[in-house]
Design a protein around this ligand. Structure first.
Ligand code: GDP
Ligand code: MG
Length: 291
């Protein structure tokens, strides 16, 4: 392929725009999405002599569950596989200090069965915070390729480009088996729409997605559930995702505050220890006075 379409997706403040700027340099254009004021930034990036990428910097989103305009931009892009803007590959930007929260969105994007590269940004802060990551283990559990990046220090940007070039070799298997949320319900959905992605159907049913209304009405009618039931199932989905993420990070991530070079982190520890020390001391004193 001569032109690879890339979507940059991630939680707010993970460094998406910084990564975008590093990848695209000055080759960017800023516009808006039709009808809404959400900013749309598109840039190009040369990957090799023969291949370029167009990169879209999408608005920051925490998950695909809530319905803000920003989230809808991301959902609508991923729902419409026939759209000319549908990405070939997603670059999901996360950062070392909030991996657990960031990975929630990662597991949801993965369930669209789209090639997804995981960027773990701000790796310059790992020593500072005493964070160690077992990248091969994380790659295997999360079923993808990872680029450990510091967009501030310009580390790992070339790795992202290499991974984008090789996107066709990324696995597209989902993280969560959507059926496990409610096996009977999803079994019926699968029968009624055999060629559709289960997670996509689930989002069309639960989300306030403006687009694909017709499709949604078709799906809605025989599969209507009460608002309360849908909320309950959404909660179950989130719990299942966090179970998976916790299991993954239990082995793949070590945080050792005693190794943190961040003076503030050390100070916090000393202060907390001192505080509890004094507290116990006063209780003992108090006890002596009482007796
Ligand atoms: P976005 O909201 O995801 O687009 O994030 P931004 O690119 O605006 O960055 C959010 C904040 O993180 C800014 O203050 C950046 O300077 C900072 N930041 C971005 N990348 C890095 C990095 O690699 N290391 C560190 N330490 N900070 C970073
Ligand atoms: Mg940004």
């Amino acid at each position: 392929k001569e032109l690879i379409k890339v979507a940059l997706i991630g939680n707010p403040n993970t460094g998406k725009t910084s990564v975008f700027n590093q990848l695209t340099g000055l080759h960017q254009q800023v516009g808006n999405y039709p009808g809404i004021t959400v900013e749309k930034k598109i840039g190009t990036c040369k990957l090799s002599e023969t291949t370029k990428a167009t990169i879209v910097d999408l608005p920051g989103t925490y998950s695909l569950n809530a319905s803000s305009i920003d989230e809808n931009v991301v959902i609508e892009l991923l729902l419409n596989k026939n759209d000319e803007n549908y990405p070939d590959v997603v670059v999901l930007v996360s950062e070392v200090e909030n991996l657990k929260r960031n990975l929630l969105l990662y597991t949801q994007i993965k369930d669209f069965e789209i090639p997804t590269i995981l960027v773990i940004n701000m790796c310059d802060r790992m020593n500072l915070k005493g964070i160690e990551l077992d990248i091969p283990y994380l790659e295997q559990k999360l079923n993808t390729k990872i680029a450990l990046v510091s967009s501030r220090k310009n580390i790992g940007i070339e790795k992202i480009k290499t991974l984008i070039l090789d996107y066709e070799n990324l696995p597209t298997t989902p993280c969560l088996n959507a059926s496990s949320i409610d096996p009977e319900y999803f079994e019926n959905l699968k029968k009624a729409f055999p060629n559709q992605l289960l997670y996509k159907l689930w989002l069309i049913i639960t989300q306030d997605v403006n687009f694909l209304n017709l499709e949604r009405n078709q799906i809605q009618s025989p599969f209507t559930k009460s608002h309360a039931d849908l909320k309950r199932l959404q909660q179950k989905e989130t719990i299942k995702r966090y179970q998976f993420i916790n299991d993954t990070l239990k082995i793949g991530q070590k945080i050792d505050l005693s190794k943190a070079t961040d003076i503030r982190a050390k100070l916090d520890r000393v202060v907390t220890h001192k505080f509890f020390g004094y507290l116990i001391f006063f209780f003992i004193l108090f006890g002596i006075f009482q007796s």
